[in-house]
Write a protein that binds this ligand. Structure first.
Ligand code: PFF
Length: 452
């Protein structure tokens, strides 16, 4: 059998994992959730939810991946041969492919917005003319489909280059660039006249806003943001060498993810307030509100506004790409290892498969607007089903598997590198307890609340 590739260094592991974690969720959802749910108070709840529930799930996935050294389906065969756990393996392969189909539609929008920013379109229009732009924009039949396919083609090309020369190299370039860009935009945004209100919105702690719903929102967001429950951490961890410390890469990923989310908040919200707009969340925030701000700024400072727009959409595009690469890699690892396909062919196959599903999702804003599944358009159905059902179900199965099916000494072994990392022993006890008792209850509550 051909030897499997590994990531080249600890930094590479953290960059690839952080690249997957840092995505659209950090940019369009986190800042809004923070502002709505009590500012710094929400951030504290978020950190607690991450420590007690999301990180344990992250480690459970890491243990499965590195212990087995295989793709999600193969991992279950190695760790629990001939059992029904194979279905968990299949679920973990299916979920990211389902997600990438519509995630790349959004990636396509960011690509087209970047093209528009480069053509200086936002400053050559008046803010008023932009109203309804996004709706008009996504409901066209051809252009969004073409951009979606271009985004997906870029994703599969990076993955086709391999774990080291593709994913690792790309993440090592993108991650530092992302951080520099978001800091530059945050500095710019917080110095706009009237920006202080946005900073206060994000950071002023208000504990009276913390309710049970806030806690569930924080858990849901940290779960989504760390890319849990969809086989990504299993697959990436299978490329981590036995010498690496799983604790360090997990904590490093969670910290960079949170830091980026906070910086994204400081990049976006002050500008939103400076422009006198009500903050919102989701695609509307970055594809409706921001162009409006750029156009408004463009009336007084056209050059600065154009540069800000370009930097901003580059950031969104890169953040989306490092995430979509990780989503596709799960399927590619499965097809190459279980089905014997060459990496290149696996990428081509997934391009057509996910591309076709994505085309339907894209058209659901235009020509297929009348087609509904459970009362939702195709794109919304795909997103709701993934976020509310597939991800939480995956996360629940992972902790049950590692906490109750795998032998404790095996988990201990992975966590402490065969007992050699003595400092990890305490953390093993902590996280093992969380994996067995706390995380399953937390995810089960999240799962049920999503269905209600
Ligand atoms: N963690 C990434 C983000 O926050 O955007 C990637 C991702 C997570 C994509 C969950 C899709 C998803 F359903």
């Amino acid at each position: 059998m051909k030897e499997r590739e590994n990531f080249g260094s600890r930094m590479a592991v953290i960059m690839a994992l952080a690249g997957s974690a840092i995505g659209l969720g950090n940019i369009w959802r986190f800042p809004y959730l923070v502002g709505q749910n009590g500012g710094a108070a929400f951030v504290i709840v978020y950190i607690i939810a991450t420590l007690f529930i999301s990180l344990p799930i992250f480690f459970a996935e890491s243990v499965i991946g590195r212990r087995s050294g295989a793709n999600c389906r193969g991992a279950m065969e190695r760790l629990a041969p001939g059992t029904k756990w194979k279905w968990m393996g299949f679920l973990m392969v299916f979920t990211p492919l389902w997600i990438v189909s519509y995630y790349s539609v959004v990636g396509g929008w960011s690509l087209e917005y970047l093209v528009q920013a480069l053509r200086l379109d936002f400053i050559h229009t008046t803010p008023e003319n932009l109203s309804g732009l996004f709706e008009r924009f996504i409901s066209r039949p051809y252009a969004p489909v073409a951009y979606h396919l271009a985004f997906l083609a870029t994703t599969v090309t990076i993955v086709a280059l391999g774990v080291k020369s593709g994913i690792e190299k790309f993440s090592k370039i993108c991650l530092p660039v992302l951080f520099v860009l978001v800091v530059v935009i945050a500095v710019f945004s917080t110095t706009l006249p009237g920006a202080q209100k946005g900073v206060a919105y994000l950071l002023k702690p208000d504990f009276s806003k913390v309710t049970l719903k806030t806690c569930l929102d924080a858990l849901g967001q940290s779960f989504y943001s760390l890319s849990l429950g969809m086989g990504i951490i299993i697959t990436y961890s299978s490329y981590v060498s036995k010498k690496e410390n799983l604790l360090v890469s997990g904590v490093g990923t969670a910290v960079s993810d949170l830091l980026f989310a906070l910086l994204a908040g400081l990049a976006i919200m002050p500008a939103v307030f400076a422009a006198g707009i009500e903050p919102g969340s989701g695609p509307g925030l970055i594809f409706d509100t921001l162009p409006y701000i750029f156009a408004q700024m463009g009336l007084q400072m056209p050059w600065l506004s154009s540069i800000a727009a370009i930097l901003f959409f580059v950031t969104i595009l890169f953040a989306a790409l490092t995430s979509s690469v990780s989503l596709i890699e799960v399927g590619v690892a499965y097809l190459t290892e279980e089905k014997g396909l060459k990496r290149g062919w696996a990428c081509v196959l997934l391009f057509f498969l996910c591309g076709a599903v994505g085309v339907l999702c894209s058209l659901s804003f235009g020509p297929l607007a009348g087609t509904k599944v459970f009362g939702l358009g195709l794109f919304d159905f795909a997103d709701t089903f993934a976020s509310n059902v597939l991800l939480t179900l995956g996360g629940l199965l992972v902790v049950l598997f590692v906490g109750w099916k795998m032998a404790r000494p095996d988990v201990f072994d992975e966590f402490t590198n065969g007992g050699t990392k003595r400092a990890n022993v305490f953390w093993f006890k902590f996280f093992y307890f969380m994996i067995r008792y706390v995380a399953p209850v937390g995810v089960a509550i999240l799962f049920i609340s999503n269905l209600l």
